[in-house]
Write a protein that binds this ligand. Sequence first.
Ligand code: NDP
Length: 794
Amino acid sequence: MSDVAAIFETMSYGPAPEADAAARAWLAAHGARFGLYINGQWVAPVGAAATFDCRNPATGEHLAAIAIAGPADVDAAVAAAAAAAPAWAKRRGHERARVLYALARLVQKSSRVLAVLESLDNGKPIRETRDIDVPLVARHFYHHAGWAQLLAQEAPQMLPLGVVGQVIPWNFPLLMLAWKLAPALACGNTVVLKPAEFTSLTALYFAELCSEAGVPPGVVNIVTGAAETGQALVDHPVVAKIAFTGSTEVGRMIRSRTAGSGKRLSLELGGKSPFIVLEDADLDGAVEGLIDAIWFNQGEVCCAGSRLLVEESVAARLLEKIKARLANFRIGNPLDKCIDMGAIVDPIQRERIDRLVGQAESEGGQVWRAPLGFPAAGSYYPPTLITHLGSANTAWREEIFGPVLAVMSFRSVAEAQQLANNSRYGLSATIWSENINRALELANAVKAGVVWINCTNQFDAACPFGGIKESGYGREGGLLGLQEYLKPPREWLAETTVRLPAGELRSGASGGDPIDRTAKQYIGGRQMRPDGGETRLVATHDGRAAGRVSVGNRKDIRDAVEAACGAESWAKATAHLRAQILYFIAENLSIRAREFKARLVDLTGVTAAAARREVAASIERLFSYAAWADKFEGAVHRPPARQLVLSVHEPLGVIGVVCPDALPLLGLISLIAPVIALGNRCVAVPSERYPLLATDFYQVLDTSDLPGGVVNIVTGASESLAKTLAEHDQLDGLWYHGTAAGSRLIEAASIGNLKRTWVNDGHARDWWSPQSGEGRAFLAAASQVKTIWLPYGD
Ligand code: NDP
């Protein structure tokens, strides 16, 4: 007996490798050389026919030579996608649903070979590719087959965008392909997709599944290559949208290169996500959670819980438990079914991880590496903890993208919140606590696109995923994800906008009114003189002097943003209260309707009837957003696992609003009202030509119980104030209605903090129409979705 017990105690794992014969046979069938998948066929690249090497990171073994697509190849792929787009868009939803369903089935039927290929190419354990990646890929195509079927009823009139360019990373190669392709195809778009250079194989295998599933030629095109290939796709003028997942650095570059092109853009970027353990947590559960948070997929996960924040009273105990758990960890051959962690994707990435850990150590961090053996050949890195950190340490701030956990303790929930939010990223957060009230309160307070409570790294096709701040914008999954690939039939009027000149004063005209009528800036709920002390005369439509207005500068914008940041309590005000205040603003505008009508006639020269109509439409618009304030609600999702998932709309934060010259009152109110209805604060730059409407309007705000700082108004030169706003890193969003050149400038200047921009590319909007002048598009631009995961049961 004692011998058997001793054997059990000392027994070690034998190797349990998954067979790789089928995957290798597929590589051999292609002669271990791959061309490009364009227009439903394998084609050789035009020109030099250069290839790159695809290697197995676990051994360094050469797996295949893969074609590098040059600009001419990208052009051919985009042309094929453009040619296929009209017919694919016209197909009935049911027909598209059948194709997506066929893809889902084929992924399931090929699941073993796909899982093995992914492990060979990426280095991730077969346990994960087999049980997580590939099943989620199939689920994604099933879910979106359903959306293709239902879209005509659920989003009637919405149209596909056309050709979509998609650039994906190497950490979840096939899963990211599915996240990108499934919604794009369901909505009737055609696609050119570029996989990451380290991991192209499963995308190439998937290309063959497309042919088998009856995806029409040209609907899916796959171009392999490095950064230059991605860049050619990003720059291509026919591409209507770029969907990118990868590093924040490249995301920034793509934002800047697509500025002014009118391309839609969604960015899923890096993260440095907090994993918060409160003292009442189930610590053993939290340790298992941490394993999934930072050692799943070798820590090469954008939403990895890479910053552990643990309540001081349990910190020592938790660290002890983590180290004990890691002592039994197994690193090795990714195809071994009993392996916990496989290989890092490439020696370059391994060196990057090592360099960042070294840097953290030199900055005072204490590094602990799990004392585990692993194969000498191949690109492996042990699970690593770094303690004794200050918040400026590299390990605490930078995305390491490897199996490295940075650890810090906190004394109160308020401190945890402050430390968690002190990051330029905002992708995800994990909270571990047995007290649901505390956990939900913290979930509400953390700045992240996804929050997992007592679980981590959960994904589902129905549940929106995506980040805030420098983690990017846009959501993938569910109805929200589909909206990234659809557009309304008519968003803009045919005409384009120009900025009206300031307005000529007749010679001899002056502001010689005996009463000083200089309108000041409106900052923090107070009328403020402009920092530069400069004012200018504003002309009426026929060249008389209507009054003086302040000329704002950078400092005024800075003061206004600071005041808006200081009015954060507005975000916490109830929707009911915000609605009441919007109704009150409407009521007070109504009382002064005659005065506003006269001002419009005087400044713009419209007829009295037209001015009356604009004031009435402005009042009605305020009513609309008072109505919307408590009705723009989220959703509850039911993924396959035992979890309840909430999508909650949160305000974006501080939004800059640069107003059009056309309809200077209705335009201003149509932009300010949705922003404040959802709890944002705003810095508005009114029409440069007709600023007095805005300065009259703040007197209405003053009498309507709106807290100071919620709306701030800075008058002056629109374009230069807009640029200052675009460059301001405390601004979370910027809506710009001006010229095409101005739109380009705003998008390019937004890359500092990757603020969300919404520009008109020089088009005119029909402010009269409730379809294009108000509604869900405005509310969506004024909010961000937080997805909160709540498991239930034992
Ligand atoms: P990148 O952001 O460079 O790569 C992501 C994708 O973009 C790849 O397909 C890449 O091609 C492509 N790409 C690179 N440069 C350009 C460009 N100028 N224009 C268009 N496409 C481009 O990530 P890396 O693979 O280089 O990894 C670097 C770091 O990024 C990692 O250490 C990690 O910190 C982070 N990262 C974050 C991810 C996330 O999901 N948040 C995912 C991957 C990485 P190619 O692979 O051929 O270079």
